[in-house]
Design a protein. Sequence first.
Length: 341
Amino acid sequence: MTKVLVTGASGYIAKHIVLQLLQAGYEVRASVRSPDRADQILRAVKSHLNITTDAALPLTFVELDLNRDKGWAAALQDIDVLMHTASPFPIDTPVDDEELIRPAVDGTRRALGAAVENGVKRIVLTSSTAAVVYRAPIEAGLPFDESHWSVPHHPACNAYGKSKTLAEMAAWEFVETHATGCDFTTINPGLAIGPALDDRIGTSLQVVQRLLLAKDPALPKIGFACVDVRDVAAAHVRAIDRPATFGKRILAVSEFVWFHELATILSTAYPDRRIPTRLAPAWMIKSLALFNRRVRAVVPNLGVEFNISNQRAIDLLGINFLEPEKSILESARFLIEHDFA
Ligand code: NAP
């Protein structure tokens, strides 16, 4: 049985990856940074596999922290595939960018270093569109594709964007220098939405939650290249044994949706909630940004539409991306049924 190490297995996306790997017949070693997460993951995955008994699954756990060396060498022993998803993804931008950059970059080097030392031949890294789009505009009318890279010091590139860009750059550099016998692929998802596997909803679903809870009177003109979390997981799993993906970045996105369009989909489905759909003028957002870090983070992206190509994911992975409207409505149903909104 092919053995896969999934790092950051307690995450919103990683739990879907673990589920799909088990469904596809892989053996999974899942890394968590605190042992209490292991039971949560086991429960979440079993409930979606419709297993109610104590039947054993080919799923074991190891403890790993991106900031510490301990455990990495042992965790990668006998592993065929490393799937490195762990990386901090908080809702708020930290005061010090290094809080995100250090674990993302050092953790990626630790994971890849241990993989190469243990002779792992296949690595799939979870990067992001944040490592692609924060840069000078590209030629009008053309979409972003896998040849584009964010520029860490570009004003639109926030701490999270820097952490993902620098981590992915470090990974490619490491692979080119130290891991010539190893096949490497990155999956670069947009904003992942869709039902979570348990009550840990992660940062991206909070975008939908915020609208359902009608937290804002009006919305900034920003938008997201959305993708369903189940398609993101499928991209990771399918990439494992498709040689055409080796040595490539693959953007995993469905479509770009403006925040107010997302709100309109929700307000049409839930007319009893006072979901805001009105746009706030840019001057108002810029004024609020003077006092609020979260608002400040959106200012560089006001009015910016990210047109991102998903052609490579369709061609090489055969993903038939779910339409954002379906993912948005299923996210909302999940959040309401689980008392998050
Ligand atoms: P998430 O639910 O917050 O998961 C992040 C995972 O990383 C968790 O398992 C977390 O562990 C782990 N982690 C964070 N800091 C760590 C550390 N110092 N040591 C060990 N583990 C650590 O986020 P997600 O949305 O699933 O994101 C997963 C991956 O996808 C990340 O690489 C993220 O950048 C990428 N991504 C996400 C999106 C999106 O829209 N969600 C889009 C593009 C890319 P704990 O549970 O212990 O905190």
